[in-house]
Design a protein around this ligand. Sequence first.
Ligand code: FMN
Length: 294
Amino acid sequence: MINNIYSTVKIACYSGTGGTELAAKSFQSHLETAGCTCTIEKITHIIRKDQSNCALLLLLFPVHAFNAPEAVYRWIDGLDTVEQVSAAVISVSGAGEICPNTACRLGSIKRLTKKGYHVVYERMIVMPSNWVAPAPSPLPYLLMQALPIVVDQITRELLSGICRKAKPLWIDRIFSAIGKLETSGGHYWGKRIKVMEHCTECGWCADHCPAGNITMTNRKPAFGDGCHFCLKCIYGCPSKALHPGTCKFVVIKEGYCLQDIAQLPPQNVQVHIQDLKVGFFWLGVKNYLMDLET
Ligand SMILES: Cc1cc2nc3c(=O)[nH]c(=O)nc-3n(C[C@H](O)[C@H](O)[C@H](O)COP(=O)(O)O)c2cc1C
């Protein structure tokens, strides 16, 4: 039984392709099991004035270009100033807590601190990467298996009052600052998404875009200037009728579906994680999984 120091927890979560949302739901379930009252607020383009009291704010976001998505910053800017409310910041990345990602929580921690939050805990969760290239097998499957384990670990640490602060690499502060250009790059990119002939005009993309950037115009999706670059519409389109018009390398060709990754154990899943040759880029993922094993 955990000695629970927070009775009410508000989870605020931005998610594009669902990885961060899965983590948020897992936190909700673990926190409620530990006796907390817990709500989830989805961060989108709409700034809601839901300022319900909580003892702990748990902020979750996917890492976008070594940063939090711009929508997360706008959401924090819209918060009322508080006194004596604790906060935890959890980033969800595809590559882990390695260079150039280690400064990705700095911007949101600074903003929360300005609003009066006392940020007591920060941590990186790793989920299967949704951009450029998938991690080599069986890492994506193992990451899905690892999610409830890491959430349980974080919940226990948080509720027992353990503080965890990271030390970002100085070079990553530079990467993070440069990464902010991704916001305007994303606006440009989103405006150029192509709608293929076989679009069934179902409107799924318009209904699910967290940026509210897609409208059905003459029964076809039309893209505005506010794309968050989250890739939800491209991967989630039921008829796979949306294709990038530029920088095509950003989208994983085989598609991206977390349910499929979780359900289909790859053949090499029995190989010991320390024996896997994963390449330099995925070392952060390997280390994350090895840390959880010990
Ligand atoms: C535009 C974009 C930029 C990204 N930048 C990074 C990054 O800088 N570092 C990283 O490790 N992962 C990066 N990712 C991968 C996501 O952080 C990762 O897949 C995350 O789990 C996605 O969460 P979601 O499913 O909730 O959207 C990026 C993804 C996108 C779409």
